[in-house]
Design a protein around this ligand. Structure first.
Ligand SMILES: [Zn+2]
Length: 287
């Protein structure tokens, strides 16, 4: 099977993006895997520090590798937004395919210094682990919010160039109008996120790195397509899946008011998450 790095190279050349979906439990993992398999596309499973703590670091690694091995399928695992060296070490030792080290809340100099150290540490444990770093600020919460978080800051292309050169990350997560989480108006109404496509193009030209679009939930379809054309190689979707999980769970409970067997209630959550994943993967791959 090809490595994640080879899939990134292929996606970059074909101007498509690999879908990255966060999970907190097994219904979402089932939904993501089934949708990716149906479309025969490589896929990334993401777990933030909070999600890792809930499932267990070794446990989520075992879930993903069991699917990869049994089905000989390109499903990969990313340690999303890892803030400390201790957690980098933990994920590298557990066999994660990618680690995102996120010190984007610090100054550029501190971010560079710490990210460089995280890359060195992770590569000393597993030379093949792919490292991603982040510049600019896009908020931290993958939830439904009343208003946008304070202090959002776009990535400066020159800073991004220095950041990737000095840290050695293979993948850059820039801030280009994207934002973690969803606004209430995006869940109850038609509001959409819009991206700065020219900025994406400039950062891609300056850095020459693979790039990840974080906080993809709620982005306008045409902005996704343009962002991928302009150089995004991975797209993260999390909050949309959480919203689908909750709606699916509520539907399952309503349809089976007296049921207590989780495996009879949860299929509607799997189905609703699966629909979101399938639609996003089709869009990211021009299918
Ligand atoms: Zn993110």
């Amino acid at each position: 099977m090809k490595s994640l790095l080879e899939y990134l190279k292929e996606a970059d050349q074909k101007k498509v993006a690999i879908g990255h979906f966060n999970i907190s439990e097994i219904a979402a993992l089932k939904a993501v895997f089934e949708s990716a398999r149906k479309l025969e596309l490589p896929v990334l499973i993401g777990v933030s520090e909070g999600e890792r703590e809930f499932i267990g670091v070794a446990q989520v690694a075992a879930w993903v590798s069991s699917l990869r091995n049994e089905y000989n399928y390109p499903i990969f695992l990313n340690a999303d937004h890892t803030h400390s060296l201790e957690k980098v070490k933990e994920a590298a030792e557990a066999g994660f395919d990618e680690i995102i080290f996120d010190n984007s809340n610090l100054t550029l100099d501190e971010n560079i210094k710490n990210t460089k150290e995280a890359v060195r540490l992770a590569k000393s444990i597993n030379p093949n682990v792919i490292m991603e770093g982040e510049t600019g600020f896009i908020g931290t919460s993958s939830e439904v919010m009343e208003k946008a978080p304070e202090g959002l800051q776009l990535t400066d292309p020159e800073d991004a160039k220095r950041f990737v050169q000095e840290t050695g990350v293979e993948v850059l997560a820039p801030a280009v109008g994207n934002m973690h989480g969803l606004l209430k108006s995006m869940v109850t109404g038609d509001a959409k996120k819009h991206l700065q496509i020219d900025l994406i193009r400039r950062i891609k030209e300056e850095t020459g790195r693979y790039m990840t679009l974080h906080g993809g939930s709620g982005t306008a379809d045409e902005d996704f397509v343009a962002a991928i054309q302009a150089g995004m190689t991975i797209v993260h979707v999390s909050t949309e899946l959480r919203v689908a999980w909750r709606k699916g769970l509520e539907k399952g409970l309503q349809e089976h008011p007296d049921e207590v067997a989780p495996y009879k209630i949860l299929p509607s959550a799997v189905s609703m998450i699966g629909t979101v994943v399938e639609n996003r993967l089709k869009l990211f791959n021009s299918i």
